[in-house]
Ligand binder design. Structure first.
Ligand code: GCB
Length: 592
């Protein structure tokens, strides 16, 4: 008993503690007054984790004749921020452990306002030290956080050190093994954000779930005070000035018959301005309705078929994680070329450049946290981490009209702890946002010999708006019957998406169109042809998402000649060449 009590207490304290130092980011950091801290940072590789013990974040230099320090950030390694470290030095290719980053900077003096230090993402866990003091911690490699540095900041010569660690652990998300590269480092933008003392911390502005002429808006100030705030959509001649309540919050709605709804074929965005007595912020927001009725998914009152594709946040040609607008252009242009109207962002929230460009280019988005196989569902601390990640993801992207699906899990096995875990994620999601569809990907579909149909027994799917199935027919699973006899009776009454299918091919390998182990483009093409045939026999199929757009790096994949650390399921090779199956998929999507 006492042991559980202390465990619970320490969990509680650690949550309070870590939450209070690295916070949820304000809405729309990219629309604020920021100073970039991107660029070359100094680095120290700390394989044995000695840096914290030796307080290297103090950055001491010998002052007397008897002083010496066994470290220095000067004249050592230099790493680009943002970027993973693995792609920057050959000796860091497989590195898993701690690396210290440091840099100096001047900061504009703040007379009345506040300054936050913002990180788009640090993979996987980090501690932040400013001018010799620890000011924050964060865990989770794909979501942003901020730290209030108003008091800790100097005008000249600040010393910022970040202790980054990407060691895989059983209680982490993702956990010990996952089919992508474990990139470490400060992988996204670092900014100083200057903001008035009382600022617009959060707003959520979206079209009503079902009504085409009703925009709902809620605004929250950073302090619990009553102030007047104005929300304006100039192009629609909509403007309201309201008063926040004693909690600094206010909700309202706008009615307009003139709203042009956002859709993949016409991705209209409107300038939206939010201002308070001291602060103002604006961005482009789109409006659309999405709901499910029976087995159909409706976008703006019309049933839609989701022509989706997945990619990792990775530029294969560079063998590194994607982080810039140019990277987003590369990935999304290739998805556009395939004829897609949706992206499943695999398997974690990707950077905001991708999300924001996807929206301008007219892609629906599915975004998920890396609940990817092997998660310790029994661990309460892991569950709390997942909830925090889910919240961080939704808070970042809830104003993005493209966001259509919140994904809560990928490939989980039946168990009570799993149900409780995922249910808690669904509850968190609904407590923030009820306008999107909730989904999860399952790999439990199997062939029922007696009934001669594909089935799945997982009652949990009833909790979801849309059921997603990963099924690798012709790759991991041999065909039990021919594709034209492959009838599905899965998730009847609900819309179903085949969220993954495919197989590996080494670009340029030809022949053996019927031999799985040939790794040839011809076999991959056969596999696609057969799966496309099977799709005709899934009555509630409302979307497909081949796995995957590009070959991607993964230590799972160690075949010496065919894989060499690459998952070769790409429709496009690591060098950017389209494989034969790409053309089949393109034809399928163009015909839909
Ligand atoms: C899956 C996973 C995906 C893998 C893929 C594969 O089911 O969801 O992350 O990369 O299979 O290639 O095996």
């Amino acid at each position: 008993k006492p042991r559980t009590f202390y465990l619970a207490l320490s969990l509680f304290l650690s949550l309070i503690f870590s939450n209070s130092i690295a916070q949820q980011t304000m809405t729309n950091v990219y629309g604020r007054n920021v100073q970039s801290l991107n660029g070359k940072w100094d680095a120290i590789i700390d394989l044995y984790d000695q840096g914290r013990k030796n307080k290297i974040y103090l950055n001491k230099k010998p002052e007397t004749k008897i002083d010496f320090y066994e470290y220095s950030f000067d004249h050592g390694y230099r790493l680009n921020v943002p970027s993973d470290w693995n792609s920057q030095m050959p000796e860091l290719k497989y590195y898993e452990g701690t690396i210290w980053y440091a840099r100096r900077f001047d900061a504009a003096k703040q007379h009345t306002g506040k300054t936050f230090l913002y990180f788009g993402a640090v993979s996987y866990r980090c501690r932040i030290y400013l001018n010799g003091k620890e000011i924050g911690q964060h865990e989770g490699g794909f979501t942003p956080f901020q730290i209030d540095v108003t008091d800790a900041l100097k005008e000249r010569d600040n010393f910022l050190a970040v202790e980054v660690n990407n060691t895989r652990t059983v209680d982490a998300i993702p956990a010990m093994a996952f089919d992508w590269w474990n990139y470490g480092g400060i992988t996204r933008d670092v900014f100083l954000v200057s903001i008035p003392k009382v600022f617009i911390e959060d707003y959520f502005i979206q079209l009503d779930k079902t009504k085409a002429d009703k925009i709902n808006a809620s605004i929250k100030l950073s302090e619990k005070i009553s102030q007047s705030v104005t929300v304006e959509i100039p192009e629609l001649q909509l403007k309201q000035t309201l008063k926040t309540d004693v909690n600094g919050e206010v909700k309202t709605s706008f009615a307009s018959k003139k709203i042009k709804r956002w859709s993949p074929s016409s991705p209209t965005l409107y300038k939206v301005k939010v201002s308070s007595e001291n602060d103002q912020v604006e961005e482009q927001i789109g409006f659309r309705n999405v709901w499910v009725k029976g087995e159909d998914i409706y976008l703006n009152d019309k049933p839609i078929f989701l022509k989706s594709i997945s990619f990792h946040e990775e530029i294969p040609q560079r063998k590194g994680r994607a982080f810039s607008e140019a990277d987003a252009v590369m990935l999304l242009s290739e998805a556009k070329a395939l004829g897609c109207n949706m992206i499943r962002l695999a398997h974690y929230p990707q950077n905001e450049y991708i999300v924001r460009l996807a929206e301008k280019m007219g892609f629906l988005l599915w975004e998920e946290i890396p609940i990817w196989q092997g998660i310790d569902f029994k661990n309460e601390a892991t569950k709390a981490k997942a909830g925090k990640m889910m919240r961080e993801m939704i808070m970042r992207d809830k104003n993005r009209v493209a966001l259509t699906f919140w994904g809560v899990a990928n490939e989980t096995q039946l168990s009570e702890p799993r149900n409780a875990f995922i249910k808690s994620l669904i509850e968190i999601t609904k407590s923030i946002d009820t306008t999107r569809l909730i989904t999860a990907a399952f790999d439990l579909v199997r062939f029922n010999k007696d009934r001669q149909v594909f089935v799945m027994d997982d009652p949990f799917i009833k909790e979801l708006d849309v059921v997603a199935i990963n099924k690798y027919m012709g790759w991991y699973h041999p065909w039990p019957v021919t594709p034209d006899k492959s009838i599905w009776d899965v998730a009847k009454g609900q819309p179903l998406i085949v969220s993954e299918f495919g197989g590996e091919a080494l670009y340029g390998k030809t022949g053996d169109a019927d031999v799985v182990s040939s790794w040839s483009e011809d076999y991959q093409a056969t596999l696609y042809r057969e799966n496309l045939e099977m799709f005709k026999h899934i009555p509630n199929l409302r979307g497909t998402s081949p796995w995957v757009l590009f070959d991607f790096r993964s230590p799972f994949r160690f075949h010496p000649t065919n894989q060499e650390d690459w998952n070769r399921k790409g429709l496009v090779s690591d060098q950017g060449y389209r494989k034969k199956a790409w053309y089949l998929m393109k034809e399928y999507y163009d015909g839909k």
